[in-house]
Design a protein around this ligand. Structure first.
Ligand SMILES: Nc1ncnc2c1ncn2[C@@H]1O[C@H](COP(=O)(O)OP(=O)(O)OP(=O)(O)O)[C@@H](O)[C@H]1O
Ligand SMILES: [Mg+2]
Length: 269
């Protein structure tokens, strides 16, 4: 069962490192917030990159997703406002690196986050909750998938793009069978696309053959402004609105919304 009627929860997941998960979480969230959607980003990675990229200082991370998971703090205590209107974040501190072991020792190993959501109905004030997963298929990612309506999978346009994806798909299937049977695949997103490089084109063809309509039409280009933005504690959309990277994430948000509207129309038809 979906947890909130009007709030969509999306995990951004790929156990491969450095494929654009965090960049996508930050910038899709920002693009949605700028069109007046209320968005919460959950930084579910001990690296804390989403927190940094959204301008949350280290000293603001003492009350974090770890202290929420283990009920030392409430949602209201850990949710921080960002400088962007309509966009909040639950940051991660390095404490979160203990969570894999701590969750393994808990009874509700894979469903802790889901139970916390269920107990906090006020979260339905958000239109979207985006969970930025760590590069692993451990208990953190399982908790994210267990609590989500859908999963978005960024794939970097490089030779090994599809390596490990079958393992991710198996994990999604196991989650669907055992902990969250309504989990859907939101889509596959091609990131760091380089038009000058034949390889990007080949990877795109392969991925579209493999996943068909699940692949977003929007391609995220390799763009240096995207990689500069986090060091300024800003999403690229605020750092340089006109660059190709920002425009791609704005297009992604539009495509994401249209796809969801079409899905909802099909459900009522
Ligand atoms: N489209 C892009 N163009 C150029 N650089 C990019 C792009 N997307 C991401 N990057 C850069 O690539 C690096 C990895 O991106 P990101 O942190 O989003 O990946 P990730 O999947 O979250 O990584 P991890 O698995 O470590 O959490 C970062 O330095 C980021 O700034
Ligand atoms: Mg990341």
């Amino acid at each position: 069962m979906t947890i909130f009627q009007n709030t969509k929860i999306i995990s951004i997941t790929n156990q491969k490192g450095g494929v654009g998960k965090t960049t996508t979480a930050i910038n899709l969230a920002t693009a949605l917030a700028t069109i007046d959607k209320k968005v919460l980003v959950i930084d579910f990675d001990p690296q804390g990159n989403a927190s940094t990229g959204l301008g949350i200082e280290q000293n603001e991370r003492n009350e974090d997703i770890y202290s929420l998971l283990f009920e030392k703090n409430t949602f209201k205590e850990v949710i921080k406002q960002t400088k962007i209107k309509n966009l909040d974040v639950i940051p991660a501190s390095i404490d979160l690196s203990a969570a894999e072991i701590d969750l393994a020792n808990m009874e509700e190993k894979t469903l802790k986050l889901r139970y916390l959501f269920q107990k906090n109905q006020f979260l339905s004030e958000y239109d979207y909750i985006l969970i930025d997963c760590p590069p692993a298929l451990g208990f953190l990612t399982l908790n994210a998938l267990g609590a989500s309506d859908s999963v978005m999978i960024p794939l970097q346009c490089e030779f090994f793009a599809l390596e490990g994806v079958s393992h991710l798909m198996n994990t999604i299937q196991l989650v669907q069978q055992n902990i969250n049977n309504e989990l859907e695949i939101e889509g596959v997103l091609l990131t760091m696309y380089d038009r000058r490089n034949k390889l990007s084109e080949l990877v795109e063809k392969d991925v579209r053959n493999c996943f068909g309509e699940l692949v977003f039409n929007t391609l995220i280009p390799r763009n240096v402004r995207i990689s500069e933005a986090p060091s300024h504690g800003k999403p690229v959309i605020l750092y340089d609105l006109d660059c190709m990277g920002s425009q791609a994430y704005i297009n992604l948000a539009a495509e994401f919304i249209t796809r969801n509207e079409n899905k909802n129309l099909k459900k009522v038809a």
